[in-house]
Design a protein around this ligand. Sequence first.
Ligand code: BJW
Ligand code: ZN
Length: 255
Amino acid sequence: MTVHATQLNKAADWLARSRRVAVLTGAGISAESGIPTFRDALTGLWERFEAADLATPQAFRADKALVWGWYEWRRMQVLRSQPNAGHRALVVLRQRVDDLRLITQNVDDLHERAGSPDVVHLHGSLLHPRCFACGHPHVLPDGIPDEPEGGRSIQPPRCERCGGYVRPGVVWFGESLPTLAWSAAERAVRECDLFLSIGTSGQVFPAAGLHQIAAQQGKPIIVINPGEMASVQSRELCLRGPAGEVLPALLARWA
Ligand code: BJW
Ligand code: ZN
């Protein structure tokens, strides 16, 4: 962790002065739970797999078994993992501010398992598949699948309502975000006193636009990320380090 004490103190001071905090998390917050990010060098999923072959509706149409099998491997990783200190710190943070809205791009359930309620999922969930044809939810069997690294071809289940193919419950490239989730996220950012961005590269829109909305409105912004992030505006503090270390350190400054 390369965060200076002065930066941590300043961030803790900003947080302590805020009543309404909007938090946007990305894959980085789950990295310390062993879930790969998308764009990190060497370990990111999109470094090893072709997004266009796996994370678009066209890819599913072209090879349903390839796509379903890959997502079963991803679902296994999530089911085998546990929330980390970063997820848990956000539960504590909620207890300290009047109104904390937690928005995530992540398709895992680690925020919920750490104890965060009302998480806004912008990109859906690996754990809630639905019919590709009619949207009917599909209930997966209990238990954790045992899949090889990178997945294997598995025919997706069929919808109990219309017989169509079941698809992963995530938002693929070119698909709209769930309307209610997106409007809740936009509202949270417009209404907040402080925007906290954790573990996201800010490359995927419209989610990345939330940071821009906060910046345009002159809100104080705290970014937690071990990588170098370009500042959007002057009232922005970048705390460089892993979320599982920086968030607890931040809370400790504000005891
Ligand atoms: C740590 C850490 C530690 C590491 N602690 N940090 C405007 C401009 C350009 C393009 C577009 C645009 N508007 C729309 C688009 C197209 C597209 C898009 O944005 N493309 C860009 C990539 C160029 N967007 C869409 O298609 C979206 N839909 C849409 O816009 O609908 C309207 C529309 C409809 C029809 C036609 C056109 C438009 C949908 C986007 C869906 C994204 N889906 C994915 C996959 C989900 C399913 C799955 O899991 O397979 O969502 S892509 C992937 O990226 C996933 C993530 O949620 C998302 C964001 O990634 P994230 O979380 O930021 O992860 P990384 O890996 O990028 O970054 C990790 C960060 O963590 C790094 O910074 C690390 O340093 C850091 N880190 N360890 C803290 N320990
Ligand atoms: Zn159906």
